[in-house]
Design a protein around this ligand. Structure first.
Ligand SMILES: O=C(CO[C@H]1O[C@H](CO)[C@@H](O)[C@H](O)[C@H]1O)[C@@H](O)[C@H](O)[C@H](O)CO
Length: 540
């Protein structure tokens, strides 16, 4: 593998602690569970693990409502356990990335508690966005902004004397008040949080909702012809330049990974300038249809925007916020957007699985780093029949029960056995998994797939093993090869080519030395529909 920094070529596995593995038998995943299953990640061949939040939290948004960034919620374990996990991962040659949530905190955060209980003059209110309402009695919110989960972005408080008070801002749920990033204490606090985790040896920080931190303090309404009052404001870049200096002050180069939902590729690339973030999730590719022309445009657009800032692209197919791609790719409309999420959209899981296998080889052959969301390596599909009573994601209620929420991609993993809890919890554990696992996941368990040459798991293992020895893979450039319009064909030097047939007819393979890996059976040197292949094009 080339000598460039790890984060330019890494395959990063996302662990969603609540749903990875349950060590203490309470039906909820935890750090002990993760430690007990590190061998799975080492055998898979990942280079790093990103851990979604595990901090003390009332879990109004599954932990993305953080009350304390310097500790671990007891439901997940202890700080000492996390430090041991970091050491154990490093011993396996696997780096670690923790999630930091700077845009907002939990309503249980001590600063916010003080701001609420301290009344209108509480100094802590400067650390948030408290504002009087509009209208004669102030009973209209300060703005008519719509939140990221839908719904209004302001909630009115009640003053200690019981009278209606000011409103506070929350771009997500009311339990997630937004910090005021114009305040130096907020900036100092998060710079110290970065040092807290870098001092404990983590190799990277994933930055939640990275484009939302800075607001237009004049609180204008959203207007198409004016800069957005809280999306992608220029002021965020000062913050990330300061964070980059901190990251670069640590030996071995620690990486900053941005979660930036921003369709404008040029403005997206601003976050990746050499003195800012190292990488950012490529949601352009994630949301793209399973269509050769659309994917080609997305890939070219992404690489084109990243080159001027010399940042590696990242390739993401799924995460804990989006419908699993096995399900998306089996639908008539294979694109992903939050706005289009609905209950009961039909999907062909066999087709979705075949395409997901091909997408795995595509994303792992493209130049840059790649992400694997837990369960993706098992070919898990979205669980779309979770009983309403069990749903926990705030997006379900805040969307007026239109958006089914994100619980469906967060169902606890199936490790072994023929029935739930499929080894997610220790044998004999009293509690059931916090979300119901489909019984027909019995063929998708880690154990059922291990050693099966046709399984998704063995496909990922083979692809990641090849990626480790193939100098052509990882960071670098690609060259498109001539191919029919519904085929993606590109070369990565030296002597490597990847072809993906997104058409309905089998296509002939170009001249090649040998097949390195294919996502499905090849017929007489023809690549069937929805199948990908990695070729050695000339002897090395
Ligand atoms: O940008 C985020 C933030 O997601 C992050 O932030 C959210 C709040 O912390 C949290 O719920 C998510 O799990 C975390 O990944 C999307 O969920 C966004 O709201 C969506 O694009 C709707 O437009």
């Amino acid at each position: 593998l080339d000598s460039s920094p790890w984060w330019r070529s890494a395959v990063i596995y996302q662990v969603y602690p609540r749903s990875f593995a349950d060590g203490d038998g309470d039906g909820i995943g935890d750090v002990a569970g993760i430690r007990s299953r590190l061998d799975h990640l080492a055998a898979l061949g990942v280079d790093a693990i990103w851990f979604s939040p595990w901090y003390p939290s009332p879990m109004a948004d599954a932990g993305y409502d953080v009350a304390d960034h310097r500790d671990i919620d007891p439901v997940f374990g202890t700080l000492a356990e996390v430090e041991a996990l970091i050491t154990e991962a490093h011993a396996l040659g696997v780096r670690t990335i923790v999630d930091v949530v700077p845009n907002h905190c939990s309503e249980a955060h001590p600063w916010f508690r003080a701001a609420l209980t301290g009344g209108p003059d509480a100094p802590e209110r400067e650390l948030f966005w408290f504002r009087p309402g509009r209208g004669p009695d102030g009973d209209l919110p300060p703005t008519d902004w719509t939140g990221e989960f839908g719904g209004p972005t302001w909630t009115r408080t009640t003053d200690p004397d019981g009278t209606p008070g000011d409103w506070y801002l929350h771009l997500f749920a009311p339990q997630q008040p937004d910090f005021n990033w114009d305040h130096p204490q907020v900036r100092a606090e998060f710079e110290d949080i970065l040092r807290f985790w870098f001092d404990r040896g983590v190799d990277g920080i994933r930055i939640d909702s990275a484009g939302l931190l800075v607001k237009d303090g004049t609180l204008p309404e959203v207007h198409p012809d004016r800069p957005h009052p809280f999306h992608d404001r220029d002021g965020v870049h000062d913050i990330y330049r300061a964070w980059r200096r901190i990251a670069d002050s640590y030996p071995g180069g620690r990486a900053l990974v941005g979660e930036v939902w921003l369709p404008d590729r040029q403005r997206f690339a601003n976050y990746l300038r050499p003195d800012e973030l190292h990488t950012a999730f490529n949601f352009d590719f994630l949301g793209c249809a399973w269509d050769a022309a659309a994917l080609r445009e997305s890939i070219d657009g992404t690489l084109g925007a990243h080159a001027p800032v010399d940042a590696p692209a990242t390739w993401v197919l799924s995460n804990h916020d989006v419908t699993r791609h096995v399900t998306r790719y089996g639908r008539a409309d294979t694109r992903f957007s939050f706005a289009a999420k609905r209950e009961g959209i039909p999907t062909d899981l066999e087709l979705g699985t075949r395409r997901a296998r091909a997408a795995a080889l595509l994303s792992l052959a493209l130049p840059g780093a790649a992400y694997v969301y837990q369960g993706e390596e098992l070919g898990l599909w979205e669980v779309e029949d979770i009983p309403h009573a069990l749903r926990q994601d705030p997006m379900w209620e805040r969307s007026g029960r239109v958006d089914p929420g994100r619980d469906g991609c967060r169902v606890p993993l199936p490790w072994q056995g023929d029935a739930p809890p499929f080894g997610f919890s220790p044998d004999g554990a009293a509690a059931v998994p916090w979300l119901p696992q489909p019984t027909d996941w019995k063929d998708r368990t880690v154990r059922a797939q291990t050693g099966d040459p046709h399984s998704m798991l063995e496909l990922y293992r083979a692809a990641l093993a090849l990626r480790r020895v193939e100098s052509a893979l990882g960071d670098g450039t690609l060259t498109w090869l001539p191919a029919s319009p519904r085929v993606l064909a590109f070369a990565r030097e030296p002597g490597f080519a990847c072809l993906v047939n997104l058409g309905a007819e089998a296509v002939a393979l170009p001249a090649y030395d040998r097949v390195l890996l294919a996502s499905g059976p090849l017929h007489d040197d023809r690549l069937p529909p929805d199948t990908a292949v990695w070729l050695r094009t000339r002897p090395t």
